[in-house]
Design a binder for this molecule. Structure first.
Ligand SMILES: [Zn+2]
Length: 305
């Protein structure tokens, strides 16, 4: 399966030259996952030589691969190269900061979050402040910076103080996709979703649940759009991953149908209690909510309209 995925991605490089950088990031992530770090570094190295934002992001990924392999000096060399060629775009700096925070190096993470923060425009900083700021990209960077600074015991600075924490999670109300589409939204919403692996099963086995003509790609892109619309209206969203066979069993036991709103609501409550929910939006570097196995920043985050 993974070998197929590597081959598919290599094929896509010729087929979609405009998406070369995105594909190389996916390809190198896949290779690194399989332990083929030398090949991953070769692909990223080619991208890095091209410079620009993609080149800098490639160096950050190379640093991540080196850190994961215990090669600290090599990792630090790649990060030093990013610093040596300043760019106006915050992305590479934010990406490095998230990686370093993930590694537990808060001191370095704060340095990199700050390098990202100074690159946001005044409009982006404005968008991050206030009650609805939490849904913005700049907020996610500034908030992570604030958390890392708190862990280091630093006093809040102006950026820290300007952030309004995300609304407390309110999960007593469950939304169907129809609710979401019609915008009858409370402050907090649970939204049911099917991952890639469950979508086809649900479409095949759960009569009336998913239109037969809808592809997973369409479903996923539309859901991402709906979630962004909800977030833009200040609604905190959590996703509840549904499983087709489990949902049908649940409906059978309850003596109802999977399309019955009350059954669906009760089933999602059950899932949320047993297996928890998925936060949305995910961090840029965490695996995408859709179940693709690809980082969110290179999956649905780039796909929505
Ligand atoms: Zn995705």
């Amino acid at each position: 399966m993974n070998l197929d995925r590597v081959a598919t991605l290599v094929g896509e490089l010729d087929e979609f030259p405009d998406s070369r950088a995105e594909i190389i990031f996916d390809l190198s992530a896949e290779l690194a996952r399989e332990g083929r770090t030398t090949e991953a570094l070769q692909w990223l190295g080619r991208l890095a030589e091209g410079g620009g934002v993609d080149g800098a992001l490639a160096r950050v990924e190379m640093a991540a691969v080196h850190y994961q392999s215990g090669r600290v000096a090599e990792a630090e060399t790649e990060l030093a190269r990013v610093v040596a060629t300043p760019l106006a775009d915050p992305s590479p700096y934010a990406s490095a900061a998230e990686m370093l925070a993930g590694l537990g190096d808060d001191r370095a993470a704060v340095r990199w979050f700050t390098m990202a923060a100074v690159r946001f425009t005044a409009d982006q900083i404005d968008a991050a402040s206030g009650e609805d700021g939490w849904a913005s990209w700049a907020f996610s960077v500034l908030w992570q910076r604030r958390e890392a600074r708190e862990r280091l015991g630093l006093r809040p600075d102006d950026w820290d103080a300007g952030l309004v924490p995300p609304p407390a999670l309110r999960s007593d109300r469950l939304l169907s996709l129809d609710d979401v589409a019609s915008m009858r939204v409370p402050d907090g919403a649970r939204v049911m979703f099917w991952t890639l692996s469950e979508f086809a099963t649900a479409q095949r086995d759960l009569s009336g649940m998913i239109d037969q003509s809808v592809s997973f790609e369409t479903y996923r892109d539309e859901l991402e759009d709906q979630l962004r619309t909800l977030a833009a209206r200040g609604t905190k969203v959590t996703l509840v991953p549904a499983r087709a066979a489990e949902m049908r069993d649940y409906a059978d036991r309850a003596g109802g149908s999977v399309t019955d709103e009350a059954i669906r609501r009760a089933y999602l409550d059950d899932v949320a209690q047993r297996t928890g929910t998925v936060a949305w939006p995910p961090g840029r570097n965490t695996p995408c909510w859709c179940g693709s196995g690809v980082k969110y920043k290179r999956c649905c985050r780039t796909r929505g309209r």
